[in-house]
Design a protein around this ligand. Structure first.
Ligand code: PRX
Length: 687
């Protein structure tokens, strides 16, 4: 262990406004990390922030190959809330991930794939292998009528063909829309309908916890392709399970690939073209499609791979995120390949056949950089330290976390037990909308503070504002925002929904301030003149369940549709492992004869069928009324306070405050607020 690790921030000469008992542990990089890291001088912040446009332009030239250069005076064209980077450029993401690495690295491993069944051999795909397959599949897509700007829906697990399919879309300028495999077929339908997608790429089945999850069969059972009027469905044979294939519409991937031509000219994509769609949950019932750019997105992703993941060509990078989420897009696929590094893909569950699977994989392949989510760490930690004993973690040099705040306890366990108190642990904050990391300490600069994400990246103008739009003072909380010129990898809109785009991100503080939807605290600590931020979580009706983003409104719509249900409200309840889990408050029709247990089963089934297992409710409280405003809007903050045992706030805003007594009883509220008529114990002494 290096002497530097664990050295207090103050001793490192970094500005530390006030000593805070909660933040006792502040870590700085080891000398070894400083020497290896691309960035180890905190002056990078001043340099980048003095002229963000110049900074981004320099990075863009270094990191990406452009068929056409952009106009020198048009690094960014701001017309808030719209903006365009590198105006006049032409590029292609598949060219940047593959072709340009061939000269020097054609035989280098691009993806190492570990299947879930332990008796199945792993696969190594070189840059040349992927290049060959992507070219052929791009030609296949063209033959199936896919063009530049066509939406292509992909419902696929973590297998190499998923990477090939996504890169093939990039090659011809089609927009992939990848759907998470733990969503329901209904979610595939909604997304295909919304995007107007006429093609689905899926698998017969894949392995998860020893079972075969049969995706094509589930699509057929739900008659999804008929309902959306799909013209083509490409089926990758992964599990060799029986599937129905409709003549003329359904095609096996391997058969199509047999006759495909070997080369496909990459389409030149400009800054005005989009790169892909990714559906994410917001404050309404239906998920919305975030539109990402191609070239500008790739600049942000490639740069963060170097800045935050410090990814060198000799690293083996493992991001455990599924391809169905933005982390899978940016950091399991595009980022590592843009840098020409090697990335690990694992098909299955972290706890199969037992909870040491991930640790075994790190050891087996010598993973050097490990990027995962707090929920996974908490679950693996809860299983007991005996599962990590005897594993060799000496290959690791950097740990990273994403998806939700990582609590200091989990942070320390991860840092000490897996990182052996040797590897910096960076807490990366970002969103589907930002495309790439927004806040994080940098591994070669630090500081690393458990529970604190860090400053924004160099070149990012950010702030924490109060409700009136004024910057909060140090150690105060408010809402995290990004200011112009924003960042190249940020979303370019919501597909077919410009009003929602403005409403969701640009209405709170006006069109020159991007509103993240997250609460944040200025910690009082600074590095390179930048304040370290602690992110406290969503302030809207979005939950983070085991690191998966879910809208409460999506679940409410499904439950509301049940015949017996009069009213429903969903809130996120804290959970020791998953961070948050959905808690439901349901008002049933009068005279419903079904027992609560039967209703529970029905609700769970409806949610699993319509949204997917990932959204399964943790608990349902059956009540006779829900607190509402005079105008009939459910007051969710009361419900949140009840399930979280926190303050509920001013109860006089409710039209029917008397219903809170019953709600406090069913939730067994133990929080600090006194609720009239409720005799629970916790409020005693706090009156
Ligand atoms: O609330 C923040 C939380 O995850 C949200 C974004 O979710 P999604 O678009 O699914 O992207 C997840 C992966 C980037 C944010 O609005 N979040 C993400 N990372 C962190 C976080 N909250 C605190 N700390 C983080 N490191």
């Amino acid at each position: 262990m290096s002497v530097n690790v664990g050295r207090r921030l103050k001793e490192a000469g970094i500005k530390w406004v006030e000593e805070d008992a909660e933040n006792k542990d502040v870590y700085v990089p080891t000398d070894e990390m400083k020497e290896k890291a691309y960035f180890s001088d905190e002056r990078i912040y001043a340099e980048a922030n003095n002229n963000p446009e110049e900074f981004w332009a320099k990075q863009a030239k270094e990191l990406i190959y452009w068929f056409d250069e952009w106009d020198a005076d048009k690094v960014v064209n701001l017309e808030p809330p719209y903006f365009n980077w590198f105006v006049g450029n032409g590029t292609n993401l598949s060219y940047n991930c593959l072709d340009r690495h061939l000269e020097e690295n054609r035989n280098k491993a691009a993806i190492i794939w570990e299947p879930e069944p332990e008796d199945e051999a792993h696969e190594v795909l070189t840059y040349m292998d992927i290049y060959r397959e992507v070219n052929k599949f791009a030609n296949v897509l063209k033959h199936l009528g896919v063009k530049k700007g066509s939406p292509v829906t992909i419902w696929m697990p973590m297998i190499p063909e998923t990477a090939i399919a996504a890169l093939a879309c990039q090659r011809i300028g089609a927009w992939h829309s990848i759907v998470y495999t733990a969503f329901a077929p209904h979610a595939v339908r909604e997304r295909m309908e919304d995007a107007g997608s006429k093609i689905l790429i899926t698998v017969d089945g894949f392995y998860r916890r020893g079972k075969i999850i049969e995706l094509k069969k589930r699509i057929d059972e739900g008659e999804i392709l008929e309902k959306v009027g799909a013209e083509n469905c490409v089926v990758v044979r992964r599990a060799n399970s029986e599937v129905g294939m409709k003549e003329g519409r359904d095609h096996y991937y391997d058969k199509l690939m047999k006759d495909a031509e070997a080369y496909c000219e990459p389409e030149v994509i400009t800054s005005n073209d989009y790169g892909f769609l990714l559906y994410t949950s917001g404050t309404t019932g239906k998920p919305k499609a975030v539109m990402h750019s191609c070239g500008a997105y790739s600049v942000g992703v490639a740069l963060t791979m170097k800045l935050v993941a410090d990814l060198h060509p000799d690293d083996l990078f493992w991001s455990t995120a599924d391809i169905g989420w933005i982390t899978g897009h940016s950091y399991a696929l595009y980022g590592p390949l843009l840098i020409g590094a090697t990335v690990l893909w694992y098909e299955g569950a972290p706890d199969y056949p037992d909870v040491s699977r991930w640790w075994g994989i790190i050891e087996k392949y010598g993973v050097t950089i490990f990027y995962t989510a707090p929920t996974a760490i908490r679950a693996l930690r809860a299983a007991g330290d005996e599962w990590i004993e005897g594993h060799d973690f000496s290959s690791l040099r950097l740990l990273a976390s994403v998806g939700e705040p990582i609590d200091p306890d989990t942070w320390k366990w991860f840092f000490e037990k897996i990182g052996e108190s040797r590897c910096p642990l960076v807490d990366t904050y970002w969103q589907t909308e930002t495309g790439g990391i927004l806040l994080s300490s940098l591994p070669g600069i630090g500081p690393f503070v458990p529970g604190v994400a860090g400053p924004a990246l160099p070149g990012v103008r950010y702030d924490v504002l109060d409700a009136n739009g004024e910057p909060v003072k140090q150690e105060e909380s408010g809402y995290l925002v990004v200011k112009p010129p924003f960042i190249p990898s940020m979303l370019r809109g919501l597909y077919k929904n410009p009003e929602k785009y403005v409403e969701e991100y640009w209405s709170r503080y006006g069109t020159d301030t991007y509103f993240s939807g997250d609460g944040a605290i200025k910690t009082g600590m600074e590095i390179g003149g930048q304040t370290l931020i602690k992110v406290t979580g969503r302030i809207d009706d979005v939950m983070e369940v085991a690191g998966h983003r879910l809208g409460t409104a999506e679940l409410e719509e499904v439950v509301q549709d049940l015949e017996e249900v009069v009213d429903v409200a969903v809130v996120g309840k804290q959970d020791a492992i998953k961070g948050e889990v959905p808690a439901l408050f349901v008002v049933l029709e009068k005279g419903v004869e079904k027992s609560n247990e039967d209703m529970d089963r029905e609700i769970v089934k409806a949610v699993r069928d319509k949204v997917g297992p990932v959204a399964t409710p943790e608990v349902t409280y059956y009540v006779s009324d829900l607190p509402e405003t005079e105008s009939g809007k459910i007051i969710r903050r009361f419900l949140k306070g009840l399930v979280r045992n926190e303050l509920l706030g001013d109860m006089t805003t409710a039209r029917n405050p008397e219903c809170l007594k019953e709600l406090a009883e069913v939730t067994q509220y133990r929080g600090p607020q006194k609720i009239p008529g409720y005799t629970g114990t916790a409020h005693l002494g706090n009156e």
